[in-house]
Write a protein that binds this ligand. Structure first.
Ligand code: SAH
Length: 216
């Protein structure tokens, strides 16, 4: 890490605190994971700006504040088995993996799935397991999960995901159509009851079904 990048990281952490991120474990992990590894070389000078950035397949790596906020709202424990839908660059998965026991992540774009899988190996994030597929169906063989995070906006909350949560489990997901204001929503399962709490307004790429084999 060079000094310029270190300075920018310090500034970002200060900004996240100002924006209300209080969970010290989340802030420590943001400090630990090298965001520059998850973006294209020409964007690396912007790695610690509090902004979303473009990645392959016309997708985006979320703004650090949104990553920190959603992670904080998930209320992770070290013992948890967690599912993420929308691997993308792999950055959010890397953050989650440091705060739980095992992290499973699903991506529907093959090039993104492949590059994130290689990056997890390079960064020695051995508790992450990746899958190329449609995450709206969750991950049947690995369910149930203590926590689920979805990083693409669904017009509705997929039922399959709700029922792959453990009793007492929590899901954090952006909800809303592309042409309306989306909100991060936190859902807590108690038996077959799902308590839904609407949190921040956000802008996410869409949660789509089907799989895509190329970047065209
Ligand atoms: N967590 C990512 C954010 C990437 S953007 C990161 O930290 O970089 C959201 C991602 O969700 C995109 O890569 C998109 O292809 C993926 N996605 C959208 N719908 C999906 C689905 N049904 N199953 C799996 N991935 C999906």
């Amino acid at each position: 890490m060079n000094i310029a990048l270190d300075d920018k990281k310090e500034r970002l952490l200060k900004r996240l605190r100002e924006q209300g991120i209080k969970d010290e474990d989340v802030l420590d992990v943001i400090a630990e994971i090298p965001r520059e590894e998850f973006i294209a070389p020409f964007l690396r000078a912007q790695a610690y700006e509090n902004a979303a950035l473009p990645i392959e397949s016309e997708q985006t790596i979320s703004q650090p504040f949104v990553v920190a906020y959603m992670t904080q709202e998930l209320r992770l424990e070290k013992t948890h088995k967690v599912l993420e839908i929308g691997t993308g660059s792999g950055y959010q998965a890397a953050i989650l993996s440091k705060l739980c026991r095992r992290l499973f992540t699903v991506e529907r774009h093959l090039p993104l799935y492949e590059s994130a899988t290689a990056l997890f190996k390079k960064l020695r994030l051995y508790n992450i397991t990746t899958l190329f597929g449609n995450g709206m169906r969750g991950w049947k063989e690995q369910q149930p999960f203590d926590r689920i995070m979805v990083t693409a906006a669904g017009e509705e909350i997929p039922d399959d995901l709700l029922y792959q949560l453990k009793d007492g489990g929590i899901m954090v997901i952006p909800v809303g159509a592309q042409d309306e204001t989306q909100h991060i929503v936190r859902i807590t399962r108690t038996g077959d009851d799902f308590d839904v709490k609407t949190l921040l307004p956000v802008k996410f790429v869409p949660l789509l079904s089907g799989i895509v084999h190329s970047s065209e």
